[in-house]
Structures are given as C-alpha cells and as structure tokens.
Design a protein around this ligand. Structure first.
Ligand code: NAD
Length: 309
C-alpha cells in the first residue's frame, strides 16, 4: 500500500511507516502541486500538516485515497464533507499538541502582564528602566477567560489554576451543568460576562461561521482596559484591524497572536508596530516534543486505518 507524506513529519514516524508500507516522504511536495497530484494517482493514504489543500483537484487526482492523516488538529485545509462523501477517513492528531499550546498561553500571559521581560536591549545599553517596569502584574489571583472549552481550553485552564488563577469559560456546546466545568473547577459564563471579567482572554475555538470575527471592535471595547488577549486558535476569529486600533489607543493591555487571517502575515499589516503585541508564526502547538507525539500518533492511526486488525 502506498502513502504520500507532503509536509514535514518526524523521521522516526516516517521510518515506522516505511517499514510496513511503500512511503513517499517529501516535506516540500506541498509546494509542487502538479507533482503532488501525480504522486497521489496510486496513493491509499496522504499525510499532511496545514498547508496541503486537501480538496477539489487534489482529491480528484487521488482515486484510491482511503485515509488522510493530519499532523495537527485544525481541519480547515481539508474538505471534510468531500472526504466523507467518498468514504475517506480523516484522522487528526487530537490532543498531541495541547500541552505546547497551553504552555504558550501561560508564557505569553505572564510576559504581557509583567511587561518586564523585553528590557534586554535597554539594560545592555546601560539604561535602567526600573521605574517604568515596576507596575508589572502577577498571574496569581487573576481571572482567565477561556473561549472554547475543548481539549486545549481545558488543559490551559488546568495549568492556569495550578498557578493560582481563577478560570471562567464560554462554550455554547456545553450545558452549564456539564461535567467538564465541574471537573476543571471552571465557571461557565456568557461571552459578555467573560469579556467583562477576565484579565486574560484566551481563544480555543475552531474557525466556523459563528466564530468568524467573534472578537470584533464591539467585543474588544467591553474588555478590561488592561486585559490581555491571546489567540492560538485560528486567524479570522479576531478582527485584526479592530485589535490593532485597541492596542494603539491603549484600550487593551496587550495581545499575543499565533494565528492570522492570512498566513504568512503581510509586512504592511495593521498589526505592525502595535504596542504590547507578541506575534509568532503559528508555532504555539509546535515543539520538539509535540512534533514527536503528533507524528507518532498519526503514523500509528494511519497504519491502523490501512490495515485494520
Ligand atoms: P476542540 O474541538 O477540542 O475544542 C473546541 C471547542 O470550541 C469545542 O468545545 C466547541 O464546542 C467550542 N466552540 C465552538 N464554537 C464556539 C463558539 N462560537 N464559542 C465558544 N466555543 C465554541 O479543539 P482544540 O483541540 O481545543 O483546539 C482549539 C483550537 O486550537 C482549534 O481552532 C485548533 O485548530 C487550534 N490549534 C492551534 C494550534 C497552533 O499551533 N496555534 C495548535 C493546536 C490547535
């Protein structure tokens, strides 16, 4: 059986698959669409990260395809309805990068609340901005607002509570008396209450019609003026223009964005040069450890789907 892997996968996991299947591994194949489509002519399985667009022409080029393995969790680069219609199994690496994302949220929340960790150039240059940096805040005692209370939202809440934060959450798919709220000592609240009360607002929702620009100018205006917003979920959930305005006008304490409406972010983006803003290139879920976990999980699940016991 033939497996095509069109983006980066951990070597040990590729080798594990290659010991049982005919594997074509080329982490740059995603950039060469005609060659990728030719490679798919005989493929039983395709393994991708988030760049390969598994839809339309690519699916048509893969008549034998039975399994798509996704080295991550978001499925917005995969036409899941078209896959379902053809009986193609779509397998995400659910949970395997949650720790990496949750640690990113804690780290950026601490960095933004404290405001002191980026003083290296000043201190090294002989300046001593001690007075300016003396108003930093601690995480303990603050309220974390989790928008989306699935796998990553819950784990982020657990880490935050271990550091002395209180957690509140908003997730319309979970009833107020659903077990996860109790199990995770997190109070379910309305979106309005969450935005008004949280010192740190962290987004953990999929990008769907109901979450597009969920955080827009109107909702940003209802947040505390010194609160911080962290988006590791999907670009498009936050209105970037509105966020840039809030930061420039100091109506928000800061923000960390790992995901953007268009990736890579354009150099002339309205977010350029905003104060108290951390920008990272969609790596919240990507660490050495999570790469290994994600790849091992997908190798195992794709192999099982191709040759069920
Ligand atoms: P999940 O499916 O476990 O949880 C998502 C939750 O969002 C669900 O409980 C769902 O009910 C809730 N939800 C849906 N619509 C909502 C709405 N309108 N308001 C509030 N809640 C809503 O997903 P997860 O594994 O926790 O992942 C969360 C997000 O993080 C996804 O968008 C995923 O793509 C993203 N992610 C990003 C990275 C990264 O590297 N930046 C890594 C992993 C995951």
């Amino acid at each position: 059986m033939h497996i095509v892997i069109s983006e980066f996968m951990d070597r040990a996991a590729v080798d594990a698959l290659a010991s049982r299947f005919d594997v074509r591994y080329d982490p740059q194949l995603v950039e060469r669409t005609p060659e990728l489509e030719r490679a798919l002519a005989t493929a039983d399985a395709l393994i991708v990260r988030n760049r390969t667009q598994v839809r339309g022409p690519l699916l048509e080029a893969a008549p034998k395809l039975r399994v798509v393995g996704r080295l991550g969790v978001g499925l917005d680069n995969i036409d899941t309805a078209a896959c379902a219609a053809r009986g193609i199994d779509v397998i995400p690496a659910t949970g395997a990068n949650a720790q990496a994302v949750a640690e990113y949220v804690i780290a950026t929340a601490m960095l933004l609340l404290r405001g002191a960790y980026l003083s290296t150039p000043d201190v090294a240059a002989g300046r001593w901005p001690r007075t300016a940096l003396s108003e930093g805040r601690e995480l303990a005692g603050k309220t974390l607002g989790l928008i989306g209370f699935g796998g990553i939202g819950r784990l982020t809440g657990r880490l935050a509570r271990a550091l002395g934060m209180q957690a509140i959450g908003y997730d319309p798919a979970l009833a107020a008396d659903a077990a996860p709220w109790r199990d995770e000592a997190t109070s379910p609240v309305t979106l309005e209450t969450l935005l008004a009360r949280a010192d740190v607002v962290s987004l953990h929702v999929p990008l769907v019609a109901s979450t597009r620009h969920l955080i827009d100018a109107g909702r940003l205006a209802t947040m505390k003026h010194d609160a911080v917003l962290i988006n590791t979920s999907r670009g498009g959930v936050v209105d970037e223009h509105a966020l840039a305005n809030s930061l420039r006008e100091h109506r928000l304490g800061g923000a960390a964005l790992d995901v953007f409406e268009a990736e890579p972010l354009k150099a002339a983006s309205p977010l350029a040069d905003c104060p108290n803003l951390v920008l990272t290139p969609h790596i919240a879920g990507v660490t050495r450890e999570s790469n290994e976990r994600v790849s091992a999980m997908i190798a195992e699940r794709v192999a099982a789907a191709l040759s069920p016991a």
